[in-house]
Design a protein around this ligand. Structure first.
Ligand code: SF4
Ligand code: SF4
Length: 63
């Protein structure tokens, strides 16, 4: 499992530039995303996002 970033993301950058994921799994590509192969499911990023876009679960498993 891993956390994922939903389409609610407004690309504020806080989860990358203010918060630092301990394993560097939150990545700024064309969109902000969480690399599921790196995420350890620690949950410490979930409260960082002001629009509640970070959710538990691997988005490849969520319709
Ligand atoms: S903190 Fe939330 S809204 Fe901001 S870039 Fe990260 S996921 Fe997107
Ligand atoms: S759940 Fe933990 S390891 Fe996964 S992206 Fe968030 S802070 Fe990083």
């Amino acid at each position: 499992m891993a956390y994922h970033i939903t389409s609610n993301c407004v690309a504020c950058g806080d989860c990358v530039y203010l918060f630092q994921c301990p394993v560097g799994a939150i990545i700024e590509d064309e969109i902000y995303r969480i690399e599921a192969t790196l995420c350890t499911d620690c949950g410490s990023c979930i409260d960082v996002c002001l629009v509640d876009a970070i959710k538990p679960g691997d988005n490849s498993l969520i319709a």
